[in-house]
Design a protein around this ligand. Structure first.
Ligand code: SF4
Length: 160
């Protein structure tokens, strides 16, 4: 979804979004039952926890910096290619509840997009992605995270 903003090479060289801090377990992607089966075939030791509209993985191996890696990450990139979980396909954009209003924010962890002009990011979201994100949130309310103050708001939802 972000291919016109982020080149595949930029993401392949980084992979930051496929590792998670120990206290951000609930921010990991949500997999469908089919995705869970594909990951289990690749990583038989992977353990999953049911979440509202699918499954998240249970982290069990942390590195020295208390980070854990998604079991769908392979040597050649994400197991799901262009068909990633929705949360992954829009990252570093996030949907958050900001004082009762839904908004699309951006994670500072993606230094590539975080360094772009705000106008470029907002224009891209207004081109259609923001609508897709809010529609996804309508169907999956559990995907809306509490607001993190370090994630700037790019667009508030317009419900009028
Ligand atoms: S599902 Fe794919 S893109 Fe998402 S965190 Fe796992 S490896 Fe990364």
């Amino acid at each position: 979804m972000l291919s016109s903003l982020l080149s595949p090479k930029t993401c392949a060289d980084c992979r930051m979004c496929c590792s998670f801090e120990a206290y951000h377990v609930m921010d990991t992607p949500v997999f469908t039952a089919d995705m869970k089966e594909r990951i289990s075939a690749l990583s038989p030791d992977a353990v999953f926890i049911p979440k509202a509209h699918g499954f998240i993985f249970r982290p069990d191996k942390f590195d020295a910096e208390h980070m854990f890696t998604c079991p769908a990450l392979t040597d050649s990139g994400c197991l799901f290619g262009k068909n990633k979980p929705f949360e992954c396909s829009i990252w570093p954009f996030l949907i958050m509840d900001v004082n009762g209003r839904r908004a699309v924010t951006i994670s500072p962890l993606c230094t590539e997009l975080f360094s772009r002009p705000l106008s470029e990011l907002v224009s891209f979201l207004r081109g259609g992605l923001a609508g897709s994100i809010f529609a996804y949130a309508d169907a999956h309310p559990d995907s809306v995270r509490p607001y993190y103050p370090n994630c700037p708001v790019l667009i508030f939802e317009n419900r009028e």
